[in-house]
Design a protein around this ligand. Sequence first.
Ligand SMILES: [Zn+2]
Length: 112
Amino acid sequence: MREYRDRTVQEVAACTCDRCGRRMTPVDDQGEWYEKMALDWRGGFGSIFGDGAHVSLDLCQQCVRDTLGRWLRVDPPSGPDGSMQALKGVVPRPNAPVSVDRMNPGEFHERD
Ligand SMILES: [Zn+2]
């Protein structure tokens, strides 16, 4: 038998862009929230920031583009119809129930 205790867990509730000051939350504007960039690392031996120095940065997507855009490699989705490859394999939700065979079209064999 297991016994449980309550535990307090912290999660990021808001993020402020270090460049422009835009405040982003997952509630107010999800587009900005999910497109923000957070850099967070510790400098190693030979780091220009100092050995063991903690370096971090939070940027909104506009500031990422405005500061790093010149060097960013941005590739459009590469699917044959312009769709994202990451969505390949996502099963659409039809109105009627779907069999397991139909969920795996590559292995689907019509039964007579
Ligand atoms: Zn910004």
